[in-house]
Design a protein around this ligand. Structure first.
Ligand SMILES: Cc1cc2nc3c(=O)[nH]c(=O)nc-3n(C[C@H](O)[C@H](O)[C@H](O)COP(=O)(O)OP(=O)(O)OC[C@H]3O[C@@H](n4cnc5c(N)ncnc54)[C@H](O)[C@@H]3O)c2cc1C
Length: 370
């Protein structure tokens, strides 16, 4: 529930309040996999009017632009990458497809509880046997008189076990045109979540397996027309990559913060050329992210721009994290050193929402098509 003080503040002020009051105090514990639960973090964002950043105000959202959304994710990731990915998935791939493809009654039913932070959102596309080739998914939605029954297993799902609503893709027929998208309530009988995985990084963000065991879904809970699910997923990932890029920029900036802090404190010498290169790369990544975000705001084609931003920003944050560990050594080999935490957190940004190998394919194919 939005508090009175938050309602009067700007998005930047509310973001600073969320970071100071919730994200920063929990950051070290999040890195150990112990901090605030993902749904509690989303509720805390909701209390500050930030859980529906991209959603229209008529549904309780903040009506912010993608440029503002990217600035928000970057600011959170600069302090805690686990918190950033939880919020990014909730704000972006977990809820934006509803806005883009939902019917008015679906919007009225789901967006207010997502925007208030009452329900955390998740996006379930990946399966044990289909990741990069998302169209190869095998979960199936079998139609009957009352709607559909969903059966299958989704893998590596962020916010799994904490979400109130899952956007799920499942097969209603063969091929790419045989994929449909569904809105699944976490409380539905047959929805089961595995324990969060023990990951090398992002330990505070829950990533797990979502098992759908004959889950009953009404026809009115299908998102878009039957067979439109792949389009829904690809649209979600286009704008989702803006969020992942912003997360990577925040991580890279956090690494720069670590290096500068250690150098200023006279703890370590530094490598000026390396530092300057990292600053230039981080600034470029921020601009690429803002460019893709602006295209999303203008409803312009953005697939290539989002892939370029995601590729460049995530490669930059991994390079920055390696440099931070080097330049803050030997302290940085400690498990709980911020540079060590960022190095473990950074790697996943090259993998999720489409690996960087796949982003390179997308960019090259666009060039060759033109
Ligand atoms: C922390 C984390 C959170 C995640 N959260 C979510 C989520 O919320 N929702 C969701 O649906 N998914 C989520 N994912 C899954 C993620 O999007 C997939 O891991 C990713 O798309 C890659 O798919 P895959 O793991 O099946 O790898 P694969 O597709 O099996 O690829 C394995 C390797 O082969 C390479 N490869 C594959 N095909 C090609 C090709 N044609 N050319 C060159 N190289 C190729 C890949 O780049 C990769 O290096 C998450 C993953 C992680 C790690």
């Amino acid at each position: 529930m939005l508090t009175e003080a938050s309602a009067a503040a700007s998005i930047t002020e509310r973001t600073a309040a969320l970071i100071d009051e919730v994200v920063r105090p929990n950051a070290a514990a999040m890195a150990r996999g112990e901090g605030i639960r993902p749904d509690a973090l989303v509720r805390a964002a909701g209390e500050r009017g930030l859980a529906g950043l991209l959603l229209p105000t008529r549904y309780g959202g903040a009506g912010a632009t993608h440029v503002e959304f990217a600035a928000f994710v970057e600011a959170v990731a600069r302090v805690c990458a686990s918190s950033a990915v939880i919020l990014d998935v909730h704000l972006s791939v977990g809820s934006e497809p509803l806005l883009l493809f939902g019917s008015e009654s679906q919007l009225q039913r789901h967006l207010p509880r997502i925007a208030s932070g009452e329900a955390t959102a998740a996006f379930a596309l990946t399966e044990p046997g289909s990741g990069s080739d998302a169209a190869a998914l095998s979960s199936h939605a079998d139609a009957d008189d009352e709607g559909y029954r969903l059966t299958g297993t989704k893998a590596f799902i962020t916010n799994c076990g904490a979400a109130g609503v899952y956007l799920v893709t499942a097969r209603t027929g063969p091929g790419v045109r045989g994929v449909s998208a569904f809105i699944v309530d976490a409380e539905s009988p047959g929805v089961q979540c595995g324990e969060p995985l023990h990951k090398m990084g992002l330990a505070g963000s829950w990533t797990g397996e979502l098992v759908l065991d004959g889950v009953r879904v009404r026809t009115e809970d299908r998102l878009g027309r039957e067979g439109m699910g792949f389009r829904v997923a690809m649209a979600a990932l286009d704008s989702g990559r803006v969020g992942i890029s912003a997360q990577a920029v925040g991580l890279a900036q956090g690494c720069l913060d670590d290096i500068v802090r250690a150098s200023r404190a006279g703890e370590r010498g530094t490598d000026d050329a390396l530092l300057a290169d990292l600053e230039a790369r981080t600034s470029a990544a921020r601009l690429l992210t803002a460019h893709a975000a602006r295209l999303a705001d203008l409803h312009e084609p953005m697939t290539t721009a989002a892939s370029i931003a995601k590729l460049y920003a995530s490669d930059t944050c991994v390079a920055a994290a390696i440099a931070a560990v080097d330049l803050c050594a030997p302290d940085s080999v400690r498990d709980d050193h911020p540079a060590a935490i960022r190095l473990r957190d950074a790697k996943a940004s090259q993998i999720y929402e489409g690996t960087n190998q796949v982003q390179r394919m997308v960019i090259a194919r666009a060039l060759l098509r033109a």
